[in-house]
Design a protein around this ligand. Sequence first.
Ligand code: NAI
Length: 465
Amino acid sequence: MAEKKTYDLIVIGAGPGGYVAAIKAAQLGMSVACIDKEKELGGTCLRVGCIPSKALLESSELYRETQSSFESHGIKTGKVGLNLEAMLERKDKVVGQLTRGVAGLFKKNGVEPYHGQAKILEAGKVEISAQGKKKETIEAKRILIATGSVSASLPGVELDGDRVGTSTEALSYPEVPKHLVVIGAGYIGLELGSVWKRLGAKVTVLEYLDRILPGMDLEISKEAYKVFRKQGLEFSLKTKVTGVSVKKTKVTIEMEGKDSIDADRVLVAVGRKPNTEGLGLEEVGVALDSRGRVEVDEDFQTNIEGIYAIGDVIRGPMLAHKAEEEGVACVEKMATGYGHVNYDAIPGVAYTHPEIASVGKTEEELKESGVSYKKGIFPFMANGRAQSLGDVEGKVKVLADADTDRILGVHIIGPRAGDLIAEAVAAIEFKASSEDMGRVVHAHPTLAEAFKEACLAAWDRPISF
Ligand code: NAI
């Protein structure tokens, strides 16, 4: 008889939530198995999400810069051409390097990887099935669900995995589309829309709401809208897509109350939904909420003892770093009784150009909750480093409590906003006031000085604007 495999913890899903939780649990002394249905570890984020999209954003931005910014730096180039195949290959190489890195980390920390579709049979028991292999059941004291999310679908829009697809297809179009229609002006739509626009496509973004980037601070989102339009992205707001049909290479998009448009590819980016299919949750009796998310308590435990869940599959923003923090907190609670995630200090970043980054409360949220606040704004135009980079679009906005001066929200549109937001996250985590951050020494000349100046503006007044 085959040896029975028993662990302290089985993690289902090897994305940023799952693999981080598995490694941390092993570091805390648990014996850990981690199951993923894909051969490559790393989940959506590494394989077909954050990482490949950032690789393409970087490459396409360089391509754009060589065409439009080099001259202003006094650099002459010959005719700049595009080798899309090489660009896609580079992206795949970056992904390969990182997924192999996760496998290496599993080995180093003694996490046992399993390949196959996991199904929970009962608390403590998981069945793994993989094509061409006999089903296998492994056991553990605890099970952690970290299966992430999948693209949400749209009524009337059938994905054919080619002309009409999700971000996965949009990361590997074999040629630059002549006309790409993006449905949804959220993170994915704007990032991948930017990539193909820079590479030469006409890009039209159809958005249901009257604004882009819902949930972001409105002032920053309005500025982003202006900048993207200037870059040549076309938008149709308040637009409800009712159907999409494909005839050979031509896609026709129907909308409510508007003339239909033709495109050669459509990217559906209307959000994501929790990935719970095939996990056996219903049979085991794991409770889901009305939006299909796994319900958990403050220890990330579901209604079934010994079954836990973290990341996109539970409430909260669907972000890799949120899943990672939850993974760590969840296994720390298992091992030590303590673990912590500060949901007021989770940054969000859109890696467009300029980047858009945000943490804490938006101005709209503060107004709605009746909190009296002060606002400090500093434009990158007045920042020495931004001027020398030739990248002056955007601003930093700091919102602080009017009575206590405590920083409540920071919203940035501008160069390297995704990196700059880290300081604002730390400020919120440590409950800093705008005066505190305005008095912190910042190296000169750096982009980070724009945050310091915005803090000075919120507290009293800035020096350089
Ligand atoms: P999203 O929720 O950011 O944006 C979806 C957009 O589609 C919204 O603006 C929504 O109003 C619009 N929409 C919904 N139904 C529509 C319809 N019928 N017609 C037209 N527009 C419609 O979702 P997205 O961009 O798909 O991203 C999914 C998740 O992945 C998000 O939770 C996001 O946080 C995460 N993500 C994060 C990234 C980052 O951190 N840089 C990058 C990519 C994704």
